[in-house]
Design a protein. Structure first.
Length: 288
């Protein structure tokens, strides 16, 4: 029970931090109490956003092929072993604390913008993008909610014309990463806590809000809103959605969840990708 309470407290802190870091963009004729929340990896985008970021670094010579292969294998192992394992998540967080120290935020943002345009834009699910646009057209705000680092998730949101993004927050001093996370990973229950905090700040009625995800990891978020959607769902989420009468949309054609992209990222797996990417960045900028 003590361990459960500690994890819940960490999730609440991560949620508060993510909500505080979010920057809202105005919409025309807004519906002020309704909003939509979209997971990113395999919900809005095919595959893992941080993996595509790493591929972009590889194309610039900042990341080796062997590093990329090891990263992909690590992502797959997290999926097979169960990324809800607290020990796996804890190890990923501890490792994450070491790799970002010394990186400039502006460098990560600039590379994120370039790599989104080159690698990620074509991997956005048209069907999910249309769902987001429908909310925008109805005057509702639309947020990404993801374990992906907030700087990269903001780039994706901006490119898609969305309101903003909630993501994992890394501590900075003078616009340089310290190597520490602020709070915890934005994963699982922390996503729900982030949305709760944002709802309080923005005056949202969660019973009028909508959430979209592909993963059972996001059940706390999906249960929080009045209109949950399972998008390209994994088997556990699909079963839960059918049992509870939730809407299901599957935009995959021909290949199922195990075939839609390498790798499938969630929670600690996404952070593992960030570790490899940032190590390459740090080596590059420190040797420049």
């Amino acid at each position: 029970m003590r361990r459960l309470l500690r994890r819940r407290t960490e999730a609440e802190k991560a949620g508060e931090v993510a909500a505080a870091a979010a920057v809202s963009a105005p919409v025309a004729d807004p519906d002020p109490t309704a909003a939509a929340f979209f997971d990113v990896d395999n919900t809005m985008m095919r595959g893992a956003s941080i993996y595509h970021f790493a591929r972009g670094l590889a194309s610039r010579g900042l990341f080796t092929t062997s590093d990329l292969v090891r990263f992909a294998i690590g992502q797959a192992l997290f999926r097979v072993r169960g990324n809800e394992n607290p020990e796996h998540i804890a190890r990923a967080k501890e490792t994450a604390l070491a790799f970002v120290a010394g990186l400039k935020v502006e460098d990560v943002v600039r590379l994120g913008e370039d790599i989104y345009d080159e690698v990620m834009a074509d991997r956005i699910w048209a069907g999910t993008r249309a769902l987001a646009q429908a909310h925008i057209d109805a005057g509702q705000r639309v947020w990404l909610v993801t374990a992906t680092p907030v700087e990269l998730s903001r780039v994706i949101a901006q490119r898609l014309g969305l309101t903003g993004a909630l993501g994992t927050v890394a501590e900075t001093e003078d616009d340089v990463y310290t190597g520490r996370l602020v709070g915890d990973l934005l994963h699982g229950p922390a996503k729900a806590e982030a949305v709760k905090a944002l709802a309080r700040r923005e005056g949202l009625d969660l019973t009028r809000c909508t959430a979209y995800s592909d993963s059972a990891n996001d059940l706390p978020l999906l249960r929080l809103v009045g209109h949950p959607y399972a998008i390209n769902p994994d088997s556990e989420l699909l079963e839960h959605a059918r049992a509870n009468g939730w809407a299901v949309r599957d935009f995959r054609t021909g290949r199922r969840a195990t075939m839609i992209g390498l790798p499938i990222a969630a929670g600690a797996g996404a952070v593992a990708g960030g570790i490899a990417a940032a190590i390459a960045l740090r080596k590059h900028y420190r040797s420049a």
